[in-house]
Design a protein around this ligand. Structure first.
Ligand SMILES: Nc1nc(C(F)(F)F)ncc1COP(=O)(O)OP(=O)(O)O
Ligand SMILES: [Mg+2]
Length: 209
């Protein structure tokens, strides 16, 4: 995975798209030029069973149409079953060691909040780390307090070759702070899912770097 692929990292599940059709939102985001997609279907209203798998396959098919990496959040069984391009795990999911063993060469992303979590991620050849929440977020009900860009900048300074994406409350207005602090890209849920003009919003993330 090239670090430029983290430039605009769109993350979505049906729970993030109340009003309209999630697949229409995803296609608009892909047409607008998001550079990587994460399937993150979770929470009370998340689809389950066959509907969950069918929705994941439909998202994967759209990503293939636009040759954009399709990453699955948390669910390694789904990632393997669909032969996804990668998996993203956090500290409460399966271990980095176990994930790397089972997914082989697929892209592995890990959320890290401390230097010790970072060192474990690096030990098992993590392709990128997600750091946040940088700002307050409403997309993750068990999110930790917002940290600002300090830890992200510390990681970027100490590990210049490690791809980093910032996450949490990132908008076109504050994205430059994340990039200036050392992020290779920004992960976005609400700013795109709730946008009136997805094309314009995605372009702003690219321009405001
Ligand atoms: N899903 C994520 N994606 C990223 C990425 F780097 F891809 F931007 N960074 C961080 C997270 C948060 O991951 P996690 O801590 O497991 O919580 P959840 O499973 O609720 O998302
Ligand atoms: Mg997780």
């Amino acid at each position: 995975m090239k670090r430029e692929q983290l430039e605009v990292y769109f993350i979505m599940g049906s729970q993030n798209v109340k009003s309209n059709e999630p697949l229409a939102v995803l296609e608009k985001a892909l047409q607008a030029g998001v550079t990587i997609f994460q399937f993150r279907e979770k929470g009370a209203d998340a689809r389950t069973g066959q509907a969950y798998e069918d929705f994941a396959r439909a998202c994967q098919k759209l990503c293939q149409k636009y040759t954009i990496p399709f990453i699955v959040n948390d669910d390694i069984e789904l990632a393997l079953k669909l032969d996804a391009d990668g998996l993203h795990i956090g500290q409460d999911d399966l271990s980095v060691k176990e994930a790397r063993k089972r997914i082989g060469e697929k892209i592995l992303g890990v959320s890290v909040h401390t230097m010790s979590e970072l060192e474990v991620a690096i030990q098992f050849d993590t392709d990128y780390v997600g750091i946040g929440p940088i700002y307050g977020t409403k997309s993750k009900d068990d999110a930790k307090p917002a940290t600002g860009t300090r830890f992200l900048n510390q990681v970027a300074t100490n590990y210049p070759s490690l791809p980093i994406v910032g996450i949490g409350g990132i908008t076109p207005e504050n994205t430059h702070e994340v990039i200036r602090a050392g992020g290779d890209g920004v992960a976005v849920i609400s700013a795109i899912c709730e946008s009136e003009d997805i094309q314009a919003t995605v372009q702003l993330f690219k321009i405001n770097k």
